[in-house]
Design a protein. Structure first.
Length: 451
C-alpha cells in the first residue's frame, strides 16, 4: 500500500468501514418485493441517507422512482467554481440463491481467509462504502476539492429502469462534469483496472404451443408434436457446434484489442470442471467482451420429480442475449425474436415477448478524467499501471447518463473482481481492494480538480 497521507487515513478508517458494511449487508435489500420485504430495501436506503447527512451532504433525499423503488441522492458542495463529480453505486442486491450453499449466512458479513463474505459485499454495497471512505479521507487531508453528488440506486439488479426514467424526467439532478460508476471491478485482485466497454443486453421470453393439452406419450408419442422438444430445437439453433452464439443477421466475429484474458486463468476464475471445454472461438476477451452471447436463463417444463409420461403441449423459456458495443440492442432484440420464430420446427405456434433491454456502452478513454484516474491508481497501487478492460455485463444507466450529459466523462471502477463471485453463493469483497480503490478515488477527485 502507498505511503501517501490519504492512504494512511483510509487505512485508519478500515475498521469503521467493516462495521458499516456489516450494517448495510444485513439489509435483505433485494428489489423483488414478491420475494423480499419492501421494508428491507427502504431500511438500506435510509441507512445511506443518514450516512450522507452525517458527512455534511445537502438536499439528501429518497427518490421514489417509477419502478416503485427508492434511490438515494445527496450533494456535497465544494469550493466556488469547482467541477462536479457524480459518484454512483447501488444498494439493491441479487437474491442469495440457495442459502444452504453459503458457508456463512449471506446477510451477515463474515471474515474468512482474508476476505469479507456477504451478499452485496462487492456488488455493490461495498461501492457505497468506497465512496464514503474516499470522501472522509479527503476531508481529513485538506478537504474535498470538487462538488460531489452521490446517487445510490435501489433496483439496478432487477433491470427495471427506475433510476433511468427518473433521471430522464429530472435531467438537472445528476448533471456532472465526470461520473464515476462504482459498480465494475479490477481484472484481478491487485491490478488497477477501469472498464472501458460494457455489453448491452436483451431479455426475450419465448413460448411454444403444439397441442390443446398434454397427451399420453404411449398412445400419441411419435406423431404428436412435443412443444418442449420444439423449444429445445429452437434454443439449440442459437449456438454453433463450438458453442458460439449464432443469431441470424447478428455479427459475431468482432475482436478485442485491449487487455487479454489468459485462457487458463479464465478456466480457474470461472471454475470450469476438468475436461470440460470452453465454448466459442477467438480469444477469451473476444468472446466475453466483444461478441454476442446467448444464455437460456430458465425453462418452464415439468420437473423430473413428479413427471408423468406425457407429450407436452406447451413450453416456455427466458433467453438473455448480451450485445457487444457497436450493436443496437433494439435491433438485436428483433433479430433474436425473428431467429427463434424461424427456427421453431414442425409449424409449432411460437410467440416472443421482450422483457428487458439495455444498450452497450463504450467510454472515451482519451479524456482528462482517465489520466487523473491513471495517476491516482499509480499511487494507490505502487508499481502497477492502470489497465483497460471490457465487461460482459450490462449497466443500462451508463447509456442514459451518456445521452443526458454528452459532455460528461464516465469512468467505471469497483470491487467486483473475479474472486468476488458476485451473483453467486459466497460473494465476498477483498478488504485490500476496498482500501486501495478508496485511496484511488480520493486521489482521483484531487487530481481531477487540478486538471
Amino acid at each position: 500500500m502507498s505511503s501517501h497521507p490519504v492512504a494512511g487515513t483510509v487505512a485508519s478508517l478500515m475498521p469503521r468501514a467493516k462495521e458499516e458494511l456489516a450494517e448495510l449487508v444485513a439489509f435483505r435489500s433485494v428489489a423483488d418485493f414478491d420475494q423480499f420485504p419492501r421494508s428491507e430495501s427502504e431500511g438500506a436506503a435510509r441507512w445511506i441517507a443518514d450516512a450522507l447527512t452525517a458527512e455534511g451532504f445537502q438536499d439528501v433525499a429518497l427518490l421514489d422512482t417509477p419502478d416503485g423503488t427508492q434511490s438515494v441522492y445527496g450533494c456535497l458542495p465544494g469550493p466556488p467554481g469547482a467541477k462536479t463529480v457524480l459518484l454512483y453505486a447501488h444498494y439493491d442486491v441479487q437474491p442469495p440463491l440457495d442459502e444452504a450453499g453459503w458457508t456463512t449466512p449471506p446477510f451477515e458479513l463474515t471474515e474468512r481467509d482474508g476476505r469479507w463474505y456477504g451478499r452485496g459485499a462487492a456488488d455493490c454495497k461495498g461501492g457505497v462504502i468506497m465512496h464514503l471512505l474516499a470522501l472522509r479521507a479527503l476531508k481529513a487531508n485538506g478537504g474535498v476539492p470538487v462538488h460531489v453528488k452521490v446517487i445510490a440506486e435501489g433496483s439496478e439488479e432487477m433491470g427495471t429502469g427506475g433510476l433511468e426514467r427518473y433521471a430522464e424526467e429530472h435531467p438537472e439532478l445528476l448533471e456532472a462534469d465526470t461520473i464515476v460508476i462504482g459498480d465494475a471491478g479490477n481484472f484481478r485482485v491487485g491490478l488497477p483496472t477501469v472498464t472501458s466497454t460494457l455489453r448491452g443486453m436483451t431479455l426475450v421470453r419465448v413460448s411454444v404451443d403444439t397441442l390443446a393439452g398434454n397427451l399420453h406419450s404411449g398412445q400419441f408419442g411419435g406423431a404428436a408434436p412435443d412443444a418442449l422438444a420444439a423449444l429445445i430445437r429452437a434454443l439449440d439453433s442459437l449456438r454453433a457446434e463450438d458453442g458460439s452464439t449464432t443469431v441470424d443477421g447478428l455479427t459475431a466475429d468482432t475482436s478485442w484489442d485491449g487487455l487479454q484474458y489468459d485462457e487458463q486463468q479464465f478456466r480457474r476464475d470461472a471454475k470450469v470442471l476438468d475436461g470440460v471445454e470452453l465454448i466459442g472461438s477467438g480469444t477469451v476477451a473476444d468472446r466475453i467482451w466483444a461478441r454476442p452471447a446467448v444464455t437460456v436463463l430458465g425453462i418452464d417444463c415439468p420437473p423430473v420429480v413428479g413427471a408423468t409420461p406425457s407429450v407436452q403441449a406447451s413450453a416456455r423459456a427466458l433467453v438473455s442475449l448480451r450485445v457487444p458495443p457497436g450493436v443496437d440492442a433494439a435491433e438485436a432484440t428483433k433479430l433474436l425474436q425473428a431467429h427463434l420464430e424461424a427456427h421453431t420446427p414442425w409449424g409449432a405456434r411460437v410467440s416472443t415477448e421482450q422483457i428487458g433491454q439495455g444498450q452497450a456502452f463504450r467510454a472515451d478513454t482519451s479524456s482528462p478524467a482517465y489520466q487523473a484516474m491513471a495517476d491516482a491508481m499509480a499511487v494507490a497501487y505502487p508499481g502497477q499501471e492502470m489497465q483497460y478492460a471490457g465487461q460482459g455485463g450490462s449497466i443500462p444507466l451508463c447509456n442514459t447518463l451518456a445521452a443526458l450529459y454528452p459532455r460528461a466523462e464516465i469512468l467505471l471502477i469497483g470491487l467486483s473482481e473475479p474472486e468476488a463471485q458476485i451473483h453467486a453463493v459466497n460473494e465476498s469483497v477483498s478488504p485490500e481492494e476496498l482500501e486501495r480503490l478508496s485511496v484511488a478515488e480520493a486521489l482521483f477527485l484531487r487530481n481531477y480538480a487540478a486538471s
